[in-house]
Every structure is written in C-alpha cells, then in structure tokens.
Write a protein that binds this ligand. Structure first.
Ligand code: ZN
Length: 401
C-alpha cells in the first residue's frame, strides 16, 4: 500500500472562480434562443464505421444574442450510426468555448440563458465555461447520448473582446458505428527524460485498464511511446504549451498522456486534464492532452506506486472525455450522473467542510473520479461513467483479426 499523503487530482474546475463574471448575469439576457434546424446545406458528419475529424474555418464577431464574440451557428446532420461526437474551438486564448450546443429539440448549452438555468454557462449539465481549447462532447451522461443522430447545432464563442475579428477553426470529431464497450488507445509522451522505466509503465497501463474494463468500460488499446525534450519539471503555466505538442506520426484518435517528473512550482501534484471535457481526437491544439507527474506517486523508499499512478491516469483521461468529480473538496457536486453515490454532509465527521476519501469511503470515496486520493484503492466505476468512456469519440471498436 501507498505511504504517500493524500493529494488532490487537479481538474479545470479549480480555475472556475477565476473565470466567473462579476455579479452574475454577464452572459445573456435571460431569454432562450430558437432551436435551429438542418437543411440541404447542413453537412453530414464523419465516415460510416470510422473515426473522423471535420474542420471548419470561420471568423469571430460580436453576437448580441449572447454578448460574446462568436462564430456562426453551424448545423450538421448527425447520422443514425453515431457513437460519439466532440467539437473543439481552435483559437488561441484561455476563454474559448461554445455559446450554443444541442441535438434536435434538446438544448444542452445556451449562453443566452440566465445564470443557474439549465443549459446556461456554469450550469448543469455541462458546467461549461471559457477555457483553453474549449470543447464539448456527446455523451457526458444519459441525457446527452446521441443515439439515432439528428440535427446537431453548435456555435463557437469566446469571452474576451479582443477575439473580435480573429480567424478560428472548429474541429468536429466523430466515431461512427457500434463500438461495444470499446478500446481507448493512448499516446504516452515522456517529457524531458522523466524517470519512468518500462516495467513501471507496463504496470501503470495495466492498472488503468483494470480500472476501466473492470468497471464495465473500455479496455486500454494500443499504447505508443513518444519522447519530447524540455524539462521534466513542469511549471504550471507551461502545461498548456506542453499539451499542445504535435506528435509526429501519432495515432490521432489516441488520448495524449504526458509524463513529467513533477511540477516545479506545485510539487506533489498528481495530474491534470486539459478540460472537462478536453479536446479529443486532436493534437497540436490548446488543451489536447492529459499530464501525469511521477514524484507525487513515489513511496517513501522512492519506488513508484504503480497502482495509484494507474488510477490517476484513468482519472485524468476520465476528465478529458467529460467525467466530473463525483464529489468536490467542499462536498458540492457538479456531476450530471445519477448512478454515482454522493458523499453526504453527515460524512464530514470533523465538520471542516473538507470531504476526504476516508470520510466518504462508504459513499463515493472509492470511485475513480473522487476528487482526492485516499489510503485505499479507487477503482469503482458506475455504469454511466463506463458508458461515457465507451461512447467517447476516442473509443473505437476492437479490431477484428
Ligand atoms: Zn480530478
């Protein structure tokens, strides 16, 4: 067992207070927008049975409907055989995202809605906000399953006024065909010669596979190893530049997982995702990868706790495909899944409003998406969490031989 102290797994939610507008309803006037419909001009997304990326260039301009700098409202025919679909705004800047996102009559995100209304920014079910490499994906829960396809509408946006007039690209990533429980390929990128040995790497990947597939989710598929230069001690402010690394010859559908020795300014950090969700099926764009640090996973004798590290890898990729923490540090919940246990207020036995894994052990403290590690393994996966992993655009059908 690990002797390392409890450490939290960074998620982008920690940045949320910094992005929140002063005094509430900065976005939108409180109305709802008319749901767009597809016509002959609406492109059909993807390729039957395959993973595909369709990219669209556009210009950003002020949009009075949302008070945001936005692109056009795109409509696409999403074919009936869709497994998963994801969209990413490729525009440098930390406040990019989506003002409008939905399928047929279902509106998942509408930035014109009043704060704390379903579908508004910073509200259920996406808790969407402007981020680096802003991304949305279907599904993130049972209500956002794209089963049967339909008319998909999507409008890229940005919070910062200095994005007015900028050129941007939207990437729409699709996986079509029935993938079953699926497999997720992973590109492992060793940064600056970080000290990860092959047998340790194999053991961490095996543990990640055990967490997902043991919980009814996908298996880990092909794992390719890459090496990039630079320092293996990463400054938190440089992590986006690392995530945006282009990999020569890398499998585009694979999730990028960068391995560093540690964070230079936040030592002991376990890992970090590129968003909830972050960019999927893309390389070389903001937010396009997860990062896991070795030193936070070392035991007192210096050896690597491969079990906990494999759980962290499963956790960070969980964020990247759209899974939230089951419970946050203060006991609040922003997760849209209804089959994961909530850690109740009564579990905070010392009353410090800090919900440890041990306090929540009989609830969700053992779930792989709990916000912090504990003195036990965290490998519980709910059926809905497994479905979100399996139906992500990065999950493909097992190749037949
Ligand atoms: Zn996390």
């Amino acid at each position: 067992m690990t002797s390392s102290p409890s450490l939290f797994k960074l998620s982008m939610l920690l940045l949320l207070p910094a992005c929140e507008p002063d005094g509430g309803n900065k976005l939108g006037g409180g109305g709802s927008r008319t749901v767009p419909t597809c016509d002959e001009g609406s492109a059909t997304l993807g390729v039957a049975g395959e993973f595909a990326v369709d990219s669209f260039d556009f210009d950003m301009a002020y949009d009075p409907a949302t008070l945001l700098i936005s692109g056009p409202v795109f409509t696409f025919e999403l074919p009936a055989d869709i497994s998963g679909v994801s969209a990413t705004v490729d525009l440098p800047g930390k406040d990019v995202g989506f003002a409008f996102w939905g399928l047929d009559d279902a509106v998942f995100i509408d930035a014109s809605r009043q704060d704390e209304t379903e579908g508004a920014w910073w509200s259920a079910p996406y808790w969407h906000w402007g981020a680096l490499g802003g991304t949305v994906t279907l599904p993130i829960d049972p209500s956002t399953m794209p089963d049967g396809g339909g008319c998909l509408f999507v409008q890229p946006s940005a919070l910062a006024m200095n994005q007015d007039g900028k050129s941007a690209t939207m990437h729409v990533v699709t996986q079509r065909g029935d993938v079953g429980t699926g497999v997720i390929d992973v590109n492992i990128i060793i940064v600056g010669g970080a000290a990860l040995y092959q047998d340790e790497l194999d053991a961490t990947v095996a543990r990640m596979d055990q967490v997902w597939s043991g919980g009814g989710g996908p298996s880990v598929g092909n794992v390719e190893i890459f090496e990039v230069g630079g320092s293996s001690y990463l400054y938190y402010d440089d992590s986006n530049e690392l995530r945006a690394t282009e990999l020569s010859g890398g499998n585009p559908q694979a999730v990028n997982l960068f391995i560093v020795d540690d964070y230079a300014d936040e030592p002991g950090t376990l890992g970090e995702a590129g968003g909830i969700p972050g960019p999927l099926g893309l390389q070389g764009v903001d937010g396009a990868g997860t990062i896991v640090a070795l030193d936070g996973h070392r035991m007192r004798d210096g050896s690597l706790d491969v079990s906990t590290m494999g759980e962290t890898m499963a956790h960070e990729i969980g964020h990247q495909v759209g899974l939230f923490h089951t419970t946050e540090s203060d006991g609040s919940r922003t997760e849209p899944l209804d089959d994961t246990a909530a850690c109740p207020e009564s579990a905070d036995r010392d009353g410090d409003w800090y919900f440890s894994a041990e306090e929540c052990a009989d609830h969700d403290g053992r779930n792989f998406m709990f916000w912090i590690t504990g003195n036990f393994t965290q490998d519980e996966v709910s059926p809905q969490q497994a479905d979100v992993l399996s139906r992500s655009v990065v999950s493909r059908r097992v190749a037949s031989r």
